[in-house]
Design a protein around this ligand. Sequence first.
Ligand code: BES
Ligand code: MN
Ligand code: ZN
Length: 580
Amino acid sequence: MVPPTRRVDSLAKSRGVRSNKRLIGKRANRTARRRKRMPGAAEEQMTETMKIEFVALTALPVQTRASPERADGEAGHARTLVIFMGKDFAFGAATRRLIGDRGEALIKKAAAAVKFKGKALTALDLIAPAGLAAERLVVVGTGGDGDSEDGEGQVKKNVPPQPFDHAGLGGFVMGKLGHAASATVAFDPPRPAKDPARAATEFTLGMRLRDYRFDHYKTKKNEDGEIKGRADIVLAVGEPAAVRREAKGGEAVAAGVLTARSLVNEPANILHPEEFANRVMALKKLGVEVTVLDEAAMRELGMGALLGVGQGSVRGSRTVVMRWRGTKNAKDSGKSKAKPIAFVGKGVCFDTGGISIKPAAGMEDMKGDMAGAACVVGLMQALAGRKANVDVLGAIGLVENMPGPEAQRPGDVVKSMSGQTIEVINTDAEGRLVLADLLWYVQDKFKPKFIVDLATLTGVILVALGQEHAGLFANDDELSERLIAAGKATGEKLWRLPLGAAYDKMIDSKVADMKNIGGRHAGSITAAQFLQRFVNGTPWAHLDIAGTGMGSPASEINQSWGSGFGVRLLDRLIADHYER
Ligand code: BES
Ligand code: MN
Ligand code: ZN
């Protein structure tokens, strides 16, 4: 059980400087006023953006006549019909019935004219043939048997075929339809999926992820007169009841990913530590226990490493602990005994570098230095939303890394909660200082089965892995392998890098137990070695998401700056190994 530690009730930092307190009081009022005005408040985060209904394929109206019928269907507005086609004009049986011989002939003619061959992730966009209860017909290619299915466009040797990416397909279709579209999708791919309910769920997940945009702060309509409002999708499937059951879970996961993205996308003048903590409170509605530790509580616990990072900011630091007790055991048994699994996130709401200040170019990206924390919150939302049968603890450390008269200096020595002392050589290596206290706190207080931490920890992980893989470090091979497998299944890919005694030595300090940077070489590894000194032997994995959590290249399922990386990955890890 999360201890009844001090709750947050004010923004005031207990620093004891009188003039400062007055200033902070004013600031708090201003913040409260601003929160009312500004969009993106906690309630808005969870609003539904898309409506997706499921019907039976057999219930779709079939094209029977050549004479034009009203194209606007029962709903009274123009709909688009989406169907799938593989190579060599392969259609599913239900699709063939739907479009009839005339429809098929027409598609063949149009396809020949524009050389549409049904290649995966291509589409043929048509005015619907007369007789179809739609205005627009989009024929979406799903490729042929010989295609590589991993979307990397090449056939690989000695690599087991990856499962077909139905989420990517859903994203592609949503991209074709456009925001706030009204469409019926005949989900009847020519090559039927092994698990059709799962495939349809992934497909709708992809649609929801693609439809997301972060436009709270746009007050003017965009130039191409983009439609506002929410999409209205009907997915026709073989067994609607089964899909409906499974898709509920998918919807919860999508909501978690979108929450993570929005948190990453929010600017740091809005999303400072206290506001971040407030937004996490919204999870209570889903049955997540949320406890906030303010600075006084953290000082009592001895979190000198985390507090040192935040001391240059007028914004108070916070630690937020979340618990989802989804197992029967965790719910009734004497709450203290149950061992959760734990996720820890770096939540640096803005990272200027502190006194070791960063160069100006690109510094605005450091609003996303809380992507690890955002992922943990999104994951908790996903798990609670789909009522996952698992006992999970989430902990995030929220700070702002600022220069200023009270900021920590290079050369300062801080004492961590573990008792180990740290020489702060570079104030820009702050994420590891935050995580040091969080990791120690979590293993000490909750004795979890394992801990996975997520952090936008090092710029050089981008040098090594680019934006394709997050860096994975672990002291436990089984956990590492399970994470890698979940990465392959979701497309949120991980690449393991080594740990070892020689790297560990690189952070020994002359004046303290360790220093917070290693030197020029192996920067991502020495950062991970630093973290490992605070897990106290607990099975642990660290994901360096500096390259994958933000600034992501546009993909079929994400067009936004914040990616929400890690939510689907960890949801899958849990679903595959830790439920029931
Ligand atoms: N938040 C940064 C890492 C980062 C860089 C994330 C680029 C996303 C994109 C982290 O706090 C940091 O500043 N790390 C330093 C470490 C160095 C001082 C050893 C870095 O990467 O330069
Ligand atoms: Mn930094
Ligand atoms: Zn940082």
